[in-house]
Design a protein around this ligand. Structure first.
Ligand code: AMP
Ligand code: MN
Ligand code: MN
Length: 317
């Protein structure tokens, strides 16, 4: 699918809904808000639906216009951003009912579930795909739009650190900086500010961290009881999986978190350093993601879940 197809679909649509994945991160939120602003410049009003909003991202322009649901059940066009899989898409009932659907994403594991799919697995963030797209559509990337896009880029690249970063990432950031966007403020808010519950969870997961397979693998977890005890809110588990990966000699970090709505399941997060493709590993459990950052949902007690994952990891270490 080409950018011309996308712009054509947008121009034809009257009612547009913008959706993203569950437990939304900076890229998910940044890209949906940026898309809404871009559509406005094209003369189109759109609804962004996000049900759980982490307070870290309260500073983003447009945040107050987000809806948790709408009455409209027939959108002309639904746009999914940063979401590889229909089942992880929040508000997928709107997507299902929409007359036309577009998926814009950067996950290699994307299932291509839209009528039109624009997927670039080389882009370090969905927000970075939007830069090229908006330029092509002649949309002006002003301070507000730039702030949303940069938030997605900073969160998904771990602050410009990950290998997916390209010259364009820095060119775009330099350009925004020159135009007055407070890059260090965004950076500090989204990467360097810990909520108190996040810090409390960090203490627990570091205490419990196990080193396995000659120190190449770390494993840790949090339960619903932990979440309750530290008074955790939306997004307070973010970043915890990175801690294991940053330890010398570790190739794979595994972090599992009990699901609040169904305690029989654990949300698995994996990160790798060099050679293990964790997206492939997660794919075997019905999940996916990127080579070095992926997730899945696994049923069982902590011990069982851990064993299931380790059995697969051992094959690729
Ligand atoms: P997380 O560990 O939740 O931060 O997710 C890491 C990456 O894997 C993100 O890009 C997610 O979108 C993706 N991901 C996480 N969980 C799943 C899942 N169950 N299915 C497919 N992709 C996932
Ligand atoms: Mn995301
Ligand atoms: Mn992303």
């Amino acid at each position: 699918m080409t950018l011309d197809n996308i712009i054509e679909k947008i121009k034809q649509a009257e009612k547009i809904v913008i959706l993203t994945h569950e437990t939304p991160d900076g890229d998910a939120i940044g890209s949906t808000l940026a898309m809404k602003m871009a559509l406005k410049q094209l003369g189109k009003q759109a609804d962004v639906i996000i049900k759980e909003y982490p307070k870290t991202f309260d500073f983003l322009p447009g945040r107050n216009e987000i809806k948790s649901e709408t009455n409209v059940d027939k959108y002309d066009l639904a746009i999914s951003l940063d979401c590889a899989d229909f089942k992880r898409l929040v508000g997928n009932e709107y997507f299902e009912k929409a007359k036309q659907t577009i998926v814009i994403d950067h996950h290699g594991s994307n299932k291509m579930y839209g009528d039109f799919n624009f997927v670039n697995p080389v882009a370090p963030a969905c927000c970075q795909i939007l830069i090229g797209m908006f330029e092509y559509f002649d949309i002006k990337i002003d301070k507000e739009l730039g702030t949303c896009i940069l938030t997605g880029i900073i969160t998904d690249t771990g602050g410009f650190r990950y290998s997916g970063v390209t010259p364009e990432t820095f060119e775009f950031t330099a350009d925004l900086l020159a135009r007055g966007v407070n890059v260090s403020d965004i950076y500090k808010r989204v990467l360097e500010t810990k909520t108190k519950p996040n810090f409390e969870l960090m203490k627990r997961i570091t205490d419990r961290m196990e080193f396995l397979e000659n120190g190449k693998v770390t494993f840790t977890y949090i339960t619903n009881q932990d979440l309750k005890e530290v008074n955790a809110g939306v997004g307070d588990h973010e970043g915890l999986v990175e801690i294991g990966r940053d330890i010398e000699g570790v190739e794979v970090s595994i972090f599992i978190r009990q699901k609040e709505d169904n305690g029989n399941f654990y949300k698995v997060s994996m990160r790798s350093n060099e050679y293990v493709n964790v997206s492939d590993v997660c794919f075997r459990f019905g999940g996916g993601g990127h080579e070095k950052a992926a997730g899945a949902l696994i049923q069982g007690e902590i011990k069982e879940v851990k064993q299931k994952i380790l059995n697969e990891i051992k094959k690729v270490l």
